[in-house]
Design a protein around this ligand. Structure first.
Ligand SMILES: Nc1ncnc2c1ncn2[C@@H]1O[C@H](COP(=O)(O)OP(=O)(O)O)[C@@H](O)[C@H]1O
Ligand SMILES: [Mg+2]
Length: 314
């Protein structure tokens, strides 16, 4: 990841006849980042995505995608982005391959280059095996994956996905999440929206929590979690007896408590980032091997509750 900015949102605002759907939105997504907008239904995620995709004009404000303004140069924006809208749009009568060829031609691809991209995209969305079957016979998850494939054909540098896993089977969901990671590993910047905190947590470098058209919290998962001031639990299993390490850890300022039960040690800490190195250093010095470690953090649901007083799943 670099410090270069891929998406710069500046005071973006959308009202419908006096109702504000998106209000004074400001955030930046860095190149190479997976950035999630996490929020319940009606938070304003799709409205934001529609504006960034140049499908909906903002009431005020602007956004720059790789430096191109959505209000001034929408055509340049469309060339650098691939958008997966919330509603599936594929041709039922065509196979996956035919759908991709159709859309590839719309993007100006042809010949060998088109065939190569279609093969790559089918592989990425895991539809190679079923590429010749009619899309109308696919499950919702497969149709969704085809829709994602269409958005990737022109090798966009930024991919924007609006709740791509809603209402689909777990296998397709898994394939989509893995596909997002693979895309990102190839250097693609991803803006992802979801109301599933587990997805935001698993995928994102940074997350913006959205509610009633506003961003109410933003940061890495651990930064957001710190908002609740919750304690983090580190579970450790050691090959040898911990000896006086327990007492030593207990005396550290950011350690709340240490428990040991049947060889399983739990540390409740305020900040795992600073404690983990200390734990590893002290076990190494004592010649004790760590055979297992797990860090359990309070979740984003707790953060949302803390910020809004309501559950994310309402
Ligand atoms: N065309 C429209 N006219 C009036 N209100 C709208 C329109 N589109 C969306 N809204 C309202 O804007 C708010 C945000 O909607 P949306 O962006 O779809 O939220 P999300 O995608 O987070 O569920 C909702 O209250 C919704 O009812
Ligand atoms: Mg939506």
């Amino acid at each position: 990841m670099t410090n270069e900015i891929a998406i710069h949102i500046k005071d973006l605002h959308k009202s419908y006849n006096g109702f504000t759907a998106v209000q004074s939105l400001n955030f930046t997504v860095r190149k190479g980042e997976i950035f999630s907008l996490l929020g319940p239904n009606g938070a304003g995620k799709s409205t934001t995505i529609s504006m960034l995709s140049c499908l909906l004009a903002p009431t005020s404000g602007d956004a720059l995608l790789l430096g191109h303004s959505i209000s001034k140069t929408p055509r340049a924006v469309k060339e650098v982005i691939g958008v997966v809208p919330q509603e599936i749009a594929v041709y039922d009568d065509l196979s996956a391959r035919q759908n991709l060829i159709f859309w590839g031609r719309m993007y100006g691809l042809k010949g060998k280059q088109l065939a190569r991209r279609v093969d790559e995209v089918l592989d990425l969305v895991a539809l190679t095996d079923r590429q010749h079957d009619r899309a109308g016979h696919y499950s919702g998850g497969m149709q969704r994956r085809l829709n994602i494939g269409i958005a990737l054909l022109h090798e966009p540098q930024i991919v924007i996905m609006d709740e791509p896993t809603v209402g689909i089977d777990p296998q397709s969901r898994r394939k989509i999440l893995d596909g997002v990671k693979e895309l990102n590993a190839r250097g693609v910047t991803v803006l992802y929206t979801t109301h599933y905190m587990e997805e935001a947590q698993e995928l994102s470098h940074r997350i913006a929590i959205m509610d009633h058209g506003r961003i109410i919290g933003e940061g890495t998962h651990s930064e957001l979690i710190r908002i609740v001031g919750g304690l983090i639990r580190i579970s450790l299993t050691l090959r040898q007896s911990p000896g006086n390490l327990i007492e030593m850890w207990r005396a550290l300022a950011s350690v709340h408590s240490v428990s040991e039960e049947n060889g399983a040690i739990s540390l409740l800490v305020k900040d795992s980032t600073s404690i983990l190195p200390v734990v590893f250093e002290s076990t190494a010095r004592a010649g004790i091997s760590v055979t297992g470690m797990d860090v359990q953090e309070p979740d984003l649901e707790a953060v949302f509750l803390h910020l809004t007083g309501k559950a994310l799943r309402d």
